[in-house]
Design a binder for this molecule. Structure first.
Ligand SMILES: [Zn+2]
Ligand SMILES: [Zn+2]
Length: 151
């Protein structure tokens, strides 16, 4: 029965039954990463650190368990600013900010601008609006938080 065969393939797929993989890369292409399309949250951070590390008005990012992100190419080209448990990870050739390691190393915040493929998730809120760039106006209706989102 073909139906049963299909189910068996799904069950034994190491990546999991519905894990769609997304790829991402830096500006120069030296670093490539892969992450399943299983982000747990996504938001736009307007804090001054995110503005400086990206050179933008804010940083759209999405969070997922660190173990789920794989650097597929250019592991030796990474430039880690910070320590094991909390850092910004860049390509050291072109400087792109790829992701940040957060929450004592348990999670990564992927800089969504470095994804090649579109994730299913969309940013659902603006955080650290209290330190937003004065020259930028938020024009969508997403909830805004002065600092971290309310629990
Ligand atoms: Zn690069
Ligand atoms: Zn931030």
């Amino acid at each position: 029965m073909s139906g049963g065969l299909k189910t068996a393939f799904r069950r034994f797929d190491a990546a999991g039954p519905l894990a769609v993989m997304l790829t991402g890369k830096c500006f120069c292409g030296a670093v490539h990463y892969a992450v399943p399309d299983e982000f747990l949250y996504a938001m736009n951070c307007h804090c001054s650190n995110c503005r400086r590390t990206t050179g933008s008005a804010f940083k759209p990012f999405a969070g997922i368990a660190r173990a789920k992100l794989t650097v597929a190419r250019g592991r030796d080209k990474l430039m880690v600013f910070g320590d094991e448990g909390a850092n910004d990870t860049h390509c050291r050739v072109c400087g792109s900010l790829l992701y940040s390691v957060v929450r004592d190393g348990a999670f990564v915040h992927v800089a969504l601008g470095t994804l090649v493929d579109a994730p299913s998730i969309r940013p659902t809120m603006h955080i650290f609006v209290g330190s937003k760039a004065p020259w930028f106006t938020i024009t969508d209706d997403l909830p805004q938080y002065e600092g971290h989102a309310a629990e």
